[in-house]
Design a protein around this ligand. Structure first.
Ligand SMILES: [Zn+2]
Length: 166
């Protein structure tokens, strides 16, 4: 049970300490499973095998990565699986000097959008660049996936450790 009285302005730590705000805490026991669905399930299974798969729509001829079972342009189901290259082109990138947990970095992380060869325009995937001097990274740079060893892959986009310059 939760009893919250919201004051007209924001809550302060003091309000909690002085018990001006009434509350109880409890532990939620939430157990759940998440199904990835047909398209993303296959995408992740193929990543584990070191391959990148998309879906082709026969009508608009697009190859979509990550794959989807329905074409949002044509309003119809997609038609077949289509493997794309693990080589691509840097579409855009950023130099991040702060890690996800707010630790300051001297060498930046380089998140990038990468257009994979064989995928249609606008299908860039988000990943990161590595084994590269951050000052040398350019839009249009050709890059290739560096896969984790098969035993370390889990069926995740992180089965690709990073993309490095070709
Ligand atoms: Zn289509």
């Amino acid at each position: 049970m939760e009893h919250l009285v919201y004051p007209s302005k924001g809550l302060s730590e003091q309000a909690f300490e002085k018990r001006e705000v009434l509350f109880e805490t409890w532990h939620v026991k939430a157990e759940y499973a998440w199904d990835t669905g047909v398209a993303i399930g296959k995408y992740l299974a193929e990543l584990k095998e070191g391959r990148i798969v998309g879906r082709r729509c026969f009508k608009c001829k697009r190859v979509m990565v990550p794959p989807r079972m329905f074409c949002e342009h044509c309003f119809r189901p997609t038609d077949e699986w289509a493997y794309v290259q693990d080589i691509g082109t840097v579409k855009t990138f950023s130099l991040c000097y702060v890690r996800w947990d707010m630790v300051r970095l001297t060498e930046p992380e380089i998140p990038a959008v990468i257009d994979l060869d064989g995928a249609s325009r606008g299908m860039g995937i988000m990943h990161k660049l590595g084994a590269v001097d951050s000052r040398a990274v350019k839009i249009g740079m050709r890059v290739q996936a560096v896969w984790k060893p098969p035993a370390e892959r889990t069926g995740s986009i992180t089965d690709i450790a990073y993309f490095k310059p070709l």
